[in-house]
Design a protein around this ligand. Structure first.
Ligand code: PLP
Length: 462
């Protein structure tokens, strides 16, 4: 036992000395990181020190089928024994990519003509690919200036060059200049409406902001508008029911392609296979990742409409290939993980479970925290939920210190629950296989720490 403690301590020392962690303060990490994960089953994660915690956030919104699924490991091992990897450049095909593409096309709503897929290994890469295809679509039609990408404040679209350009969260742009080809407009964040209006009856000024911005920039300079069906990292922002029809109409009238970033909302997270099914919206391009493989191997997918595909096929000058390619596009082992993951989602009815158990989660949160003086709003859809933390419910004043929701997440971890601070919110996104019993445990842990959180925050605010 003491040998294994010494070994784990040595691993942590190596990590502190050599591993760079995303979204982590280097100095803080070097001073004392002590969380070494060694196993997982369902919603439970095991730490090397013997503790176990319940994963209330599915890793990073992505472990839709839960931890420790043997069948995904088996499928990947079998594929790796046959053919671990060969590039798909120059038209070279492989079995898992072809089968997964067909499966995806069958799962996407059939009336939206989404039939062509490029697999990537992340959400950021997928958005890069879709932005590039959107610009190429306009270029081959002779509109060479249609290159700008519009997105929304509070959006998260990834961390690579163009994906972070589209990201509308200020912290991601600290120290490094913003890319001027990316423009941000108002989000449909009704709780914090930038125009001080209330839905319904507001006239959707957030959609009007897109129209105004297009007029200002010149529609002949804009390639695409990219949106998350439900904003995830920005605080689980569910749009009002008429929002998508309004923005789709504005895009259509201005010859601007609509890209739906379903990286979080795809594969059952919202209680439907894809977020777009909640609204009558026909995207031109769709970005997928995360739940497509539940994180067992890195996988993403850019899906394009028939109109975009046929335009690129027919109007690209002869002899010029599609000049985008990543070594690991259409990776056979990653696609094998995707296929096995989809089998689990289908066989265990996890999309229906996400809808039903997700409703229970939201009801429980509203029942237990609805009257808390530090909770401004509780919102969600499917297995996505957020509590918006405020110092004054009437005035909706956020705490000036964004570390406050992070304090709640840290305290929850000490009590055995992983929740996540989403800027001004505390977010929950349990695996889609969660039961109502799991939700009771998650909610009970938050209830445990809540009196201390209220006391601490309200005395800070006084
Ligand atoms: C909506 C959305 N798009 C894109 C990304 C980027 O995905 P990745 O981290 O796999 O590059 C994320 C990641 O959280 C996301 O939430």
């Amino acid at each position: 036992m003491s040998d294994s403690i010494a070994y784990n301590d040595a691993i942590l020392a190596l990590d502190r000395a050599h591993v760079l962690h995303p979204i982590t303060e280097f100095a803080k990490h070097e001073a004392g990181a002590d969380r070494l994960f060694v196993g997982g089953k369902g919603l439970e994660l095991q730490l090397a020190d013997g503790r176990s915690v319940i994963d209330g956030f599915s890793g990073l919104f992505n472990i839709n089928v839960g931890h420790g699924r043997q069948e995904i490991g088996d499928a990947v091992a079998e594929q790796m024994r046959k053919l671990a990897y060969y590039p798909s450049f120059w038209g070279f095909a492989n079995e898992p990519a072809a089968l997964l593409a067909e499966r995806l096309v069958g799962l996407l709503p059939s009336d939206r003509s989404l039939k062509h897929v490029l697999f990537t290994t992340s959400g950021s890469e997928t958005n890069e690919a879709n932005f590039r295809m959107a610009k190429a679509y306009h270029a081959v039609r002779g509109h060479l200036n249609k290159t700008k990408i519009i997105s929304r404040r509070w959006a998260f679209h990834g961390a690579t060059r163009a994906a972070v350009g589209a990201t509308g969260i200020d912290a991601y742009h600290a120290l490094i200049d913003r890319d001027p080809s990316h423009i941000h407009v108002a989000p449909p964040y009704c709780y914090r409406c930038e125009f001080g209006k209330t839905h319904p009856g507001c006239g959707l000024p957030c959609a009007e902001d897109l129209e105004r911005t297009l007029a200002r920039e010149g529609p002949d300079t804009v390639a695409a508008f990219v949106v998350e069906p439900v904003m995830g990292t920005g605080g689980i922002v569910v749009p009002p029911p008429d929002y998508f029809a309004a923005i789709a109409d504005i895009c259509r009238r201005n010859d601007v392609l609509l890209i739906l970033d379903e990286v979080i909302t795809g594969f059952g997270r919202t209680g439907r296979w894809f977020g777009m099914e909640h609204w009558d919206v026909k995207p031109d391009l769709v970005s997928l990742a995360k739940g497509i493989s539940s994180g067992y191997l890195p996988l993403g997918a850019a899906v394009i409409s028939d109109e975009v595909y046929e335009t690129l096929r027919d109007k690209t000058p002869k002899g010029l290939p599609f000049m985008f390619g990543l070594t690991y596009n259409n990776h056979p082992a990653c696609c094998a993980a995707g296929l096995a993951n989809l089998d689990i989602i289908e066989n265990e009815n996890l999309v229906d479970n996400a809808r039903e158990v997700g409703r229970y989660l939201l009801d429980q949160l509203r029942e237990k925290f609805g009257d808390s003086p530090i909770v401004g709003e509780i919102r969600g859809i499917g297995m996505l939920a957020a509590l918006e933390i405020v110092r004054d419910r009437e005035a909706k004043t956020p705490f000036p210190n964004l570390a406050d929701p992070a304090w709640i997440a840290a305290r929850a971890f000490d009590r055995g629950l992983i929740a996540r601070a989403l800027f001004q919110c505390v977010g929950l996104a349990p695996p889609l296989c969660a039961t109502t019993g799991d939700i009771d445990r998650i909610v009970a842990t938050l209830e445990d720490i809540w009196p201390e959180a209220e006391q601490r925050f309200l005395s800070e605010a006084a």
